[in-house]
Design a protein around this ligand. Structure first.
Ligand SMILES: Nc1nc2c(ncn2[C@@H]2O[C@H](COP(=O)(O)OP(=O)(O)OP(=O)(O)O)[C@@H](O)[C@H]2O)c(=O)[nH]1
Ligand SMILES: [K+]
Ligand SMILES: [Mg+2]
Length: 384
């Protein structure tokens, strides 16, 4: 049996096994087995990230990157070309785009790299089409646009999500608040700071046993933690990436309808369908061809990238608002700010003065290299 067949077999068994007290050990085992098989399938390059191989690895520029993932001909290249001014072939024929096509776009002064990617189809992570290379590139992005055709969004959404999931990508999700520590002896000790609603002791034990962990401390600090979360923590090579669902090819009336949320009868799409579309979290309806609602898409993209703009203030002069230093959240200390300007500056700094959201008071706060900056702070570096 091939790995793909084994995966299919386990998935089928999981689908027909009802979750209850008596089956939870078995289900836990199956989940762990599935994760191990998927890792096998993806091989050494799959889990670790890196790029997607020849024609797929492109030079990375800008402060952050956004990858476009979707079925063929949903309008990815049309959107990317118009946004960045970089030509990427478009046509009504599927699989027009064959490699990664990079472009850049400035948003609020921050250069963002946009990666147009080939279309993917169901079975992409099993090696169908160029799916695996596409998803390997998506794994390295700071934000993913899942581009959907508004007329068939829900089915496509489910398929793309599961392809990305199978490749270790977790969308719009925080890393699970679960800690697993292997020990030499002492058996399994499970502690939870919150009541567990989605996972029980049997499932935890089955998973640990499947990974041959007979001595371990497991600490769960997340009420809705699931068996999949535990498997993710043990596997350890997951990436957590924000995603926006871009519902493309909306027509004007639909969009006006959407924006005013005026739930009256419309002819082309049923109220039920529309209701389901409304409920997709993190979704934005647009038309890349008619250039509708692109401003809203850009604003949501900016918010989800969660970047930190910092303005420099020379001594005795007003801040320079024209050219922010753009940092990533989690790497936005004064030291990161210094390094982004020049690698010697942090060494030469005596102290910094900060104005803005991260400062304690409006007149400015004297801080050191470790101080964490917020979006739109103003910083003056005082040298030794
Ligand atoms: N009606 C409509 N058609 C669009 C829109 N955006 C793109 N299209 C059309 O959809 C077709 C596919 O567009 P592409 O940009 O090539 O799509 P793609 O997703 O890059 O396709 P692949 O590279 O083949 O995966 C083209 O004929 C576009 O003109 C839109 O907003 N509305
Ligand atoms: K196309
Ligand atoms: Mg394309």
């Amino acid at each position: 049996m091939t790995t793909v067949q084994k995966i299919k077999e386990i998935e089928d068994e999981m689908a027909k096994t009802q979750k209850n007290k008596a089956t939870s050990y078995h289900l836990g085992q199956l989940k762990a087995k599935l994760a191990k098989l998927r890792r096998e399938l993806l091989g050494p390059q799959g889990g670790g990230g890196g790029g997607g191989g020849i024609g797929f690895d492109v030079a990375r520029t800008g402060i952050a990157s956004v990858g476009f993932v979707g079925f063929p001909s949903v309008g990815k290249s049309t959107l990317m070309s118009k946004l960045t001014g970089t030509h990427s072939e478009t046509s009504e024929i599927d699989f027009t785009t064959l490699t990664t096509v990079p472009g850049t776009l400035k948003v609020h002064g921050a250069p963002i790299q946009i990666l147009d990617l080939p279309g993917i189809i169901e079975g992409a992570n099993d090696g169908r089409g160029r799916g695996r290379q596409v998803i390997a590139v998506a794994r390295t992005c700071n934000l993913i646009f899942i581009v959907l055709d508004v007329l068939k969004p829900l089915g496509d959404k489910t398929i793309i999500e599961s392809e990305l999931e199978a490749f270790g990508i977790r969308l719009n999700k925080k890393p699970p608040a679960i800690m697993v520590k292997k020990k030499e002896k002492g058996g399994i000790a499970i502690t939870n700071t919150v009541p567990l609603t989605n996972i029980d002791q049997d499932e935890i034990k089955a998973i640990l046993s499947e990974y041959k962990m007979s001595n371990a401390d497991v600490a769960i600090r997340q009420a809705n933690a699931t068996a999949d979360d535990l498997v993710d923590v043990i596997e350890g090579n997951r990436v957590y990436i924000p995603a926006i669902y871009v519902l493309n090819k909306v027509w004007k009336n639909f969009l006006i309808f959407w924006i005013t949320a005026n739930k009256q009868q419309i002819d082309a799409i049923s109220i039920e369908e529309l209701d389901l579309l409304y409920k997709i979290p993190n979704s934005v309806p647009i038309s890349s061809r008619e250039w509708l609602n692109i401003d809203e898409l850009m604003e949501i993209m900016w918010r989800r990238l969660d970047l930190v703009r910092v303005y420099t203030k020379p001594r005795g002069a007003p801040p320079d608002y024209s050219a922010p230093v753009v940092l990533r959240r989690g790497k936005s200390a004064v030291e990161d700010f210094c390094n982004a300007i020049h690698k010697e500056i942090a060494k030469q700094m005596k102290y910094a003065v900060v104005w803005g959201a991260s400062a304690k008071h409006a007149r400015g706060q004297k801080v050191g290299l470790e101080h964490v900056l917020e979006d739109e702070d103003v910083v003056h570096i005082s040298k030794k």
